[in-house]
Design a protein around this ligand. Structure first.
Ligand code: ATP
Ligand code: MG
Length: 320
């Protein structure tokens, strides 16, 4: 069994030779919550729809759960919550789920129990017998999520799953995603809500103007030099004076009573032990050392701006 549920090689889907997504080479680890991040129109939904066989790739190839995309086998253990879904609104939630259960080929005897379970999972218990016409946007999103979970899929694509949800609903969906991950499932999330993605995604792919900029464990996609916050006695003069050359920048960020907190930028990872030895040898009383974690937003903006910069340089060079 491969460690990846999705592998793509130079996968492209372009509409009339432009837009869409192009040359995407990507691996999604089994059991991860993978965030596919990009601005509006970046190509996220195009990629997902190509993986699901709803669009035919214009180039490249891809394997999903061990089978080439486009094959029935590749889709068998996959759940999907589309982004702009419209269900027949004269149906009740239960009727919609019954239709989906039939389409998924769930055994008749088990359907009732499974439907009850997914309805509970998405927080719709008690409302499932009402017509979809009377559902709020958030409730429609929840029932869509329930459809995606019906077949007990191994891989679940959620295209903007929380766009219509209120803060409590968003939190519930985050918890549901974490629960699904703990059950060993892989969740592929399309979103541009970075603060929300930060707490649930371990791996991300950043897509910009149809091209993949970078992918991997987002905490390791280091955007800037490592930074630490050091709190020490104000009487320690060490930080005002000479520091090792690997400290490339320093700012006093807080003073409280006897204590001062500095933000130090280091030239590379792994410098903290040497820095502490130096401070202590210099007579500083160190109270606290905290590594500053970059936000996903910082990582995202760094890579997108880098890509934009490269595009501009390339553009200018083309005109020389
Ligand atoms: N059916 C289509 N025909 C022509 N162009 C399309 C079609 N669908 C999408 N596009 C274009 O392809 C690009 C990528 O669109 P896509 O819907 O994949 O973006 P997205 O990242 O999902 O955006 P959003 O965050 O707004 O959902 C856009 O420029 C869009 O206009
Ligand atoms: Mg989209």
């Amino acid at each position: 069994m491969s460690d990846y549920v999705i592998e793509t090689w130079e996968l492209s889907k372009q509409y009339g030779g432009k837009a869409g997504c192009k040359n995407i080479t990507l691996q999604v680890p089994r059991g991860s919550v993978f965030g596919f991040l990009g601005q509006n129109g970046a190509g996220k939904s195009t990629f997902v729809r190509t993986m699901l066989g709803l669009l035919h790739p214009t180039n490249g190839r891809a394997v999903m759960l061990g089978y080439p995309i486009g094959s029935v086998e590749s889709r068998q253990k996959v759940g999907y919550l589309p982004e702009l879904f419209r269900y027949p609104d004269w149906l009740t939630g239960t009727q919609l789920l019954e239709h989906h259960a039939e389409l998924c080929g769930l055994p008749k005897k088990e359907r009732k129990t499974i439907i009850r379970e997914v309805v509970e999972q998405v927080g719709m218990a008690g409302r499932e017998r009402e017509r979809i016409r009377g559902y709020s946007k958030g409730m429609q999103q929840r029932i869509g999520l329930a459809c995606a979970l019906l077949s007990d899929p191994e891989l679940i694509f959620l295209d903007e799953p929380t766009s219509a949800l209120d803060p409590i609903g968003r939190k519930e969906v985050r918890e549901l995603i974490a629960k699904l991950r703990d059950m060993g499932k892989t969740i592929f999330l399309n979103s541009h809500l970075l603060s929300e993605m930060e707490s649930i995604c371990d791996h991300v792919g950043i897509i910009h103007r149809g091209e993949l900029v970078v992918h991997g464990d987002w905490r390791k996609l280091s955007a800037v030099q490592p930074q630490i916050e050091v709190t020490l006695d104000q009487t320690s003069e060490k930080l005002q004076t000479k520091l090792p050359s690997f400290v490339t920048d320093r700012h006093l960020i807080r003073q409280r009573g006897e204590l001062a907190t500095w933000l130090l930028t280091l030239d590379q990872e792994g410098r903290v032990p040497a820095l502490l030895s130096d401070l202590i040898a210099g007579g500083a009383a160190v109270h606290e050392v905290v590594k500053k974690q970059q936000s996903l937003e910082e990582v995202f903006l760094y890579w997108v701006q880098k890509k934009e910069g490269e595009a501009h340089v390339g553009h200018r060079e083309n005109h020389v």
